[in-house]
Design a protein around this ligand. Structure first.
Ligand code: DQA
Length: 157
């Protein structure tokens, strides 16, 4: 089975209790379980990681870029949390592991919130972005990766 990483950034470990009106009532383990279940229906082995640390997120992207280059991984579904709006280092990392597809996901509709959330350093280097659909956004991103594989844009760069 092709491996896919679902990577969550800062504060997403607080899901379930963090601003449930914005982010929903589901916990991070529940989100990850849904991703794993959906992935197995698509023939994808979904692995999940979360970190509150920018450098750790960079390290995970580098590792999964190498796995993609080795033909072992299809890509990364990435919710960078607030680093979306601040991190040139994450922008550079995604550029640096190209052509590994990284799909940007946000639970909330960042465009309908504060002005500072409208800018993403990730969007210009992502394969695509999905915002505002809650956990379904992660499942849609997995669908997109599965469709890339079916289209022959598979695991090999
Ligand atoms: C978020 C949106 C970001 O603006 C925010 O900082 C988050 C969560 C989302 O999933 O909607 O931490 O990435």
């Amino acid at each position: 089975m092709t491996r896919v990483l679902v990577l969550n950034g800062p504060n997403l470990n607080l899901l379930g209790t963090r601003e449930p009106g914005v982010y929903g009532a589901d916990t991070l383990p529940a989100l990850e379980a849904r991703c794993r279940e959906h992935g197995s229906r698509l023939g994808l082995k979904v692995e999940c990681l979360q970190s509150n640390h920018e450098g750790t997120l960079l390290d995970h992207l580098h590792t999964w870029g190498a796995l993609h280059r080795a033909g072992e991984a299809a890509g990364v579904v990435f919710n960078p949390g607030a680093y979306t709006h601040t991190s040139i280092a994450l922008h550079d990392a995604i550029k640096g592991i190209a052509p590994t597809p990284v799909i940007e996901v946000h639970l909330s509709n960042v465009h309908a919130r504060e002005a500072f959330r409208r800018h993403s350093w990730i969007a210009p280097v992502a394969a695509g972005s999905i915002v505002g659909f809650g956990i379904d956004g992660y499942l849609l991103a997995l669908d997109a990766l599965a469709r890339r594989i079916a289209a022959g844009l598979s695991t090999k760069p």
